[in-house]
Ligand binder design. Structure first.
Ligand SMILES: [Zn+2]
Length: 211
C-alpha cells in the first residue's frame, strides 16, 4: 500500500524563491517554466546587479506619473513632448495608452502632440467615459486651437466605440477642427488570403484611386 506512505506534495523551492516565481508569473507571456528560469537566474546574479533591478522597479513605481496636460508618463509636471518647442502643438493625436504613443513615436513619422485616454470604452467591464481622460480632452479642445485631431484608438470594437463617442461629442460641441482616423485594412506584408473579414471590409471601403 504505497499511497499510505507517500508524504504530502511539498514545494521543491524555498518560500522566497516560490514568491519570486509567483511574481515573475504575473508578467505578460511568462509561464511557470520561464518564471522558474528567471528566478534561478536572479539567484546566481551578483547581489549588486539584482539590487539594481529591484531599485529600477521601485523607482518606476515611485517616480513615474501622468503628464498634467496629455497623460503620457513622465517624471515631471509635463512630459517631454508637451514641453518641446519643436513639436506641432496644433496637431493632436488621441491614443488609448502610453504604449500606443511610444509605438507612434518610434516610427518617427509624427511630430504633433498627444492626448492619452488611459483606456478605452468598455461597457462590459463597466468602463464608461468618466473612467477615461475624455473630459480632459474636451477641456483641451475648448482651451486650445488645433488644426487636426487624429483618432488613433485601436481597431477593436472598444477602440472604435471610443473614437465614435469622441467624434459625436466633438460635433455636439461644434468644434470645427478637422478630424481624422488612422487608415486601416490589410497590413503591409500580409496576404489577402489570410486577412480577416473586418480587415478586408476596411481595405475595400478605404481603397485608393491610382490615377
Ligand atoms: Zn504631455
Amino acid at each position: 500500500m504505497l499511497s499510505a506512505t507517500i508524504p504530502r506534495m511539498q514545494s521543491i523551492h524555498t518560500s522566497s524563491i516560490e514568491q519570486l516565481i509567483e511574481q515573475f508569473q504575473t508578467l505578460p507571456g511568462v509561464g511557470k517554466r520561464s518564471a522558474e528560469r528567471f528566478a534561478y537566474h536572479i539567484l546566481k546574479t551578483p547581489t549588486n546587479d539584482a539590487m539594481n533591478m529591484a531599485r529600477a522597479i521601485r523607482d518606476v513605481k515611485q517616480n513615474i506619473r501622468n503628464c498634467n496636460c496629455c497623460f503620457n508618463i513622465t517624471e515631471d509636471d509635463l512630459c517631454t513632448i508637451c514641453n518641446s518647442s519643436k513639436r506641432n502643438q496644433r496637431q493632436l493625436c488621441v491614443v488609448e495608452f502610453p504604449k500606443d504613443l511610444f509605438s507612434i513615436e518610434k516610427s518617427g513619422l509624427y511630430n504633433g502632440v498627444y492626448h492619452v485616454l488611459l483606456g478605452k470604452l468598455s461597457p462590459l467591464d463597466h468602463i464608461g467615459p468618466e473612467r477615461l481622460k475624455i473630459a480632459e480632452l474636451f477641456q483641451r479642445l475648448k482651451q486650445n486651437e488645433f488644426d487636426e485631431i487624429i483618432l488613433a484608438t485601436n481597431p477593436t470594437v472598444e477602440g472604435d466605440a471610443t473614437s465614435l463617442y469622441i467624434i459625436k461629442k466633438i460635433k455636439e460641441l461644434n468644434i470645427s477642427t478637422h478630424i481624422s482616423r488612422l487608415a486601416r485594412g490589410i497590413p503591409a506584408g500580409a496576404e489577402i488570403e489570410f486577412a480577416s473579414k473586418a480587415m478586408l471590409s476596411d481595405a475595400l471601403s478605404k481603397r485608393q484611386g491610382i490615377n
